[in-house]
Design a protein around this ligand. Structure first.
Ligand code: KIV
Length: 428
């Protein structure tokens, strides 16, 4: 359904092909801010390596000032994944978040500087409510703090600096023009526009990106980025509206995890661009035939890994990666699927790395008490779980206990529950 195109050269603040959209993944930072989603340093490293395999351009590895553990985890990712070469010869950018003060910024720099491509991401709130009640600062003071922060980051030797006006979605556009023009002047290379509270409609958010590109001084020297929260279920739509209006970096997380209702989900943004990027985005810079360098075949396994390690289970009808996303229940749908799979599928399960199950092809196996290790292991692999021997042994032992009592065998959801259950036991 779509052809992959080569990734253009990475230059901070410049994208040599204006149709290329960078994917910035913040699963390890904003995603980990989901209540209860704590990850160990080893799990973070493994997820980061998978994100790089998936083809993510920029990995936001954490918030180094938050704790010594977070610092170590970011440093570990920068020193390792940040120097490894992936599928298309690409070394991912490793980014650390910091508030707009020298202590945070220095800590972030010390964590990421071992990477081949280190980035500092610094932010300060710009909406009236945040400036007055949270920061207790005047707009003039906020501009000064932002300019000093970017200047300080640059003085450390960092040439890839992202600045975010937090709560931009509820900020005065005129104030955004002022603060963004000022940070460009002192060296910001990516301007990320967060809809921190998920307040914007797609047409409002797209309009904001357009206005910023037209009114910020030096806008042609930087990459505009989106960071959309999902409080109204519009994070993916808002990110795509941003791309339609010229944003060329989209921030997202695997499975859409994140603060409150979560973030734009990587798999939704990426598959939307993979399926419709060639035809639906005219209006921004370039020809409007948008593309990313993500290899979607790794989406399913990355989603499963994030779900297993964070304990954040996807709802069954979650777009792209939910357990039901490629299942067909009604007789009419099954009839259509048998005749031609495109009747009810706009993408194939294989395109995101899933093997077709027995739900629509008539093939497949029933897993019951007589099934052996091979059958269970094969089905788990088909579902995207590649388990280490110790984990697989624990899942298989539990499978046998449950299958003894279950008439009609175990469904895929039961198997997935056993994997998640065992992951919980092993982590305790
Ligand atoms: O939601 C938000 O505003 C953020 C910024 C730090 C980018 O996470």
């Amino acid at each position: 359904l779509y052809a992959r195109r080569p990734r253009p050269e990475y230059i901070p603040g410049v994208i040599p092909d204006p149709d290329y959209v960078r994917i910035f993944d913040t699963t390890l930072r904003d995603g980990e801010q989901s209540p209860g989603a704590t990850l160990t340093s080893d799990e973070k490293l493994e997820i980061a390596r998978n994100l790089a395999k998936l083809g993510v351009d920029i990995i936001e590895a954490g918030f180094p000032i938050a704790s010594p553990d977070d610092f170590q985890a970011v440093k570990n990712i920068a020193d390792n994944v940040g120097n490894e070469i992936f599928e298309d010869g690409y070394v991912p950018v490793i980014c650390g978040l910091s508030r707009a003060n020298p202590k945070d910024i220095e800590r972030a720099w010390n964590a990421v500087k071992g990477a081949t491509r280190p980035r500092i991401h610094t932010f300060i709130a710009t909406s009236k409510i945040h400036m007055e009640t949270k920061l207790n600062k005047t707009p003039d003071e906020v501009v000064e703090i932002a300019v000093n922060a970017v200047t300080f980051a640059k003085s450390l030797g960092c040439d890839d600096i992202e600045f975010s006006p937090e709560d931009a979605g509820r900020s005065d556009p005129e104030f955004l023009y002022r603060i963004l023009s000022a940070v460009i002047e002192v060296g910001a290379t990516t301007l990320n526009i967060p809809d921190t509270t998920g307040w914007n409609m797609p047409w409002e958010f797209g309009g904001l990106i357009k206005k910023l590109r037209e009114n910020v001084k030096g806008a042609d020297k930087v990459v505009f980025s989106t960071h959309c929260q999902n409080d109204l279920g519009l994070a993916t739509a808002n990110s795509l509206a941003g791309a339609l209006n010229g944003a060329r970096q989209l921030e997202c997380t695997i499975n859409g995890i994140g603060e409150r209702a979560g973030n734009a989900s990587l798999e939704e943004v990426v598959m939307s661009l993979a399926l419709k990027g060639e035809t639906h985005f005219e209006g921004g810079p370039g020809t409007g035939k948008l593309y990313t360098a993500i290899n979607p075949v790794h989406i399913s396994s990355t989603s499963k890994m994030v779900s297993e390690y964070t304990g954040m289970i996807c709802q069954p009808h979650k777009a792209i990666v939910g357990a039901n996303a490629f299942k067909h229940e009604s007789g009419i749908h099954q009839d259509g699927m048998i005749k031609n799979k495109s009747t009810y599928e706009i993408m194939t399960p294989e395109s995101i790395g899933l093997m077709r199950g027995d739900n629509d092809s008539g093939a497949g196996i029933v897993l019951g008490k007589h099934s052996g290790r091979n059958a269970v292991g094969t089905r788990l692999k088909e579902l995207g779980y590649v388990l280490e021997t110790e984990k697989f042994n624990a899942v298989f032992a539990r499978f046998k206990e449950v299958a003894e009592k279950r008439k009609g065998g175990l469904e895929d959801e039961d198997l997935e529950a056993l994997v998640l259950d065992q992951a919980g036991n092993i982590n305790q």
